[in-house]
Design a protein around this ligand. Structure first.
Ligand code: HEC
Ligand code: HEC
Length: 383
């Protein structure tokens, strides 16, 4: 299996980043003793490693580096921007912020409101419901493994988690708009947060929207999903047959590739496609690049945990996993013009389609986000 080439070895702790100001640190790879618990973002699971040389009169402040605990099936740690090094304090702060409804304009939504455990870290709705019960234009994706994606959103309009988090805070998700800076300062000044921001960012004079976005992003980078039934090779016969189809004759792996089952590229599947001039139509990638040839292209989503994130597609138009798989395996939606050339009718039997679904179920994530505080929201299920 190409996706599990380190099968059988222990997860590696990889030292991926270091704090600025540290001269010539030594990256190290250490065999993890304990079995990793995917998705549990506790600081204890991610120990800081001292990378300073002993006895060389090196920097006074021990240069801490972040050690990744990669679950089975995930071979590369998330990319970390130079100006937002990982630390246990920052991850802990980001975790609290992710669960805090006070970050939305009217105190009705935390990030978790739409990205929930019980609903595969999505919200179970066709399209998301923002503060003020405002209907948002797209289906909520899972946030497992978002740290592995080079671009974020169905149309890839954010190229970092930090940019995405700021957009989520300002835009329809949390609806802060220009109030993002005053809200960040207000949250940062709360007694229960002031010390946490100081620990994570070294006493910022004033907590900014960027600090909040950076802490949220650090937390999100720890949300790794691997160690699934598929990664552990403990799947049943139907799932095994499904994997053979998926990675062979059904052609799914062309786009749903690599550890996270996504090539990170944009494809036209015909879902929601139509007259580009029609009111309210979602142009996808085309809206971002302004190029007509990019109209109705959407980024390949991960398939990890997919059995739990119904409904499907950027517009939530497929109610069940069976529906989504059938559309993918039978050449997409062609009513509004041609689709990606790799998307063809594979002429699969109902049994083969069921096997593909069985395979996708073997990608259920074993981890959970640790919920903090009361998370019930009217109009959004789960919690
Ligand atoms: C009201 C529901 C809602 C809330 C609240 C919400 N999100 Fe989202 N989130 C969405 C939707 C819908 C999308 C997809 C939007 C798009 O592609 O245009 C999304 C996309 C994302 C993505 C990109 C995932 C990917 O694979 O591209 C990340 C990361 C994310 N949200 C994190 C957050 C963070 C952090 C917060 C809190 C600041 C937050 N979300 C609050 C609904 C929500
Ligand atoms: C040409 C690239 C390509 C191929 C081939 C492909 N997919 Fe997809 N897949 C995508 C894209 C892009 C989307 C998102 C489409 C949208 O929302 O408009 C998607 C969405 C999905 C979804 C819904 C995920 C979600 O979170 O909403 C499932 C399930 C899925 N694909 C399974 C499959 C299966 C099974 C196969 C093989 C039969 C397959 N795909 C073949 C690119 C591809």
């Amino acid at each position: 299996m190409p996706m599990t080439r380190r099968r059988g070895t222990h997860a590696l702790l990889l030292v991926a980043t270091m704090f600025g100001g540290c001269s010539d640190p030594k990256p190290a790879a250490i065999e993890a003793k304990a079995k990793p618990t995917p998705g549990t973002a506790t600081p204890a699971a991610n120990k800081a490693v001292d990378t300073t040389d002993e006895g060389d009169g090196g920097p006074e402040v021990a240069a801490a580096a972040w050690a990744w605990t990669l679950p089975k099936g995930i071979h590369t740690p998330p990319r970390v921007p130079e100006d937002n090094a990982m630390s246990a304090d920052k991850v802990e702060l980001g975790h609290r912020l992710f669960m805090d409804k006070r970050l939305s304009i009217d105190g009705t939504r935390s990030c978790y409101s739409c990205h929930q455990n019980e609903l595969g870290n999505a919200d179970g709705r066709t399209k998301a419901l923002g503060p003020g019960n405002k209907d948002l234009p797209r289906n909520t994706p899972t946030i497992w493994n978002v740290g592995l994606s080079a671009t974020l959103y169905w149309d890839g309009r954010s190229d970092s988690l930090e940019a995405q988090a700021l957009a989520a805070l300002k835009g329809g998700n949390m609806a802060l708009g220009d109030a993002v800076e005053s809200k960040a300062a207000e949250i940062g000044a709360l007694p229960e947060y002031a010390a946490a921001f100081a620990k994570a960012f070294g006493t910022p004079a004033k907590v900014t929207g960027l600090h909040v976005a950076q802490a949220l992003s650090a937390y999100e980078r720890t949300l790794l999903c691997g160690d699934t039934v598929h990664d552990n090779d403990t799947q049943d016969e139907a799932a095994k047959r499904g994997w053979v189809l998926f990675s062979g004759p059904a052609g799914c792996i062309t786009c749903h590739a690599q550890d996270n089952f996504s090539d990170g590229l944009y494809h036209r599947m015909g879902i929601g496609a139509g007259d580009p001039a029609a009111a309210g139509i979602d142009l996808g990638r085309g809206k971002i690049t302004g190029k007509p040839e990019d109209n109705f292209l959407f980024r390949t989503p991960t398939l990890r945990n997919v059995a739990r994130t119904a409904p499907y597609f950027h517009d939530g138009s497929a109610a069940t996993l069976e529906d989504a798989v059938r559309i993918m395996a039978s050449g997409g939606i062609t009513t509004a013009g041609p689709v990606d050339s790799n998307l063809i009718d594979r002429k699969l039997t109902p049994e083969q389609l069921a096997d593909l679904v069985a395979f996708l179920r073997s990608l259920d994530c074993p981890g959970k986000l640790e919920v903090k505080g009361e998370q019930k929201v009217d109009g959004i299920g789960g919690a």
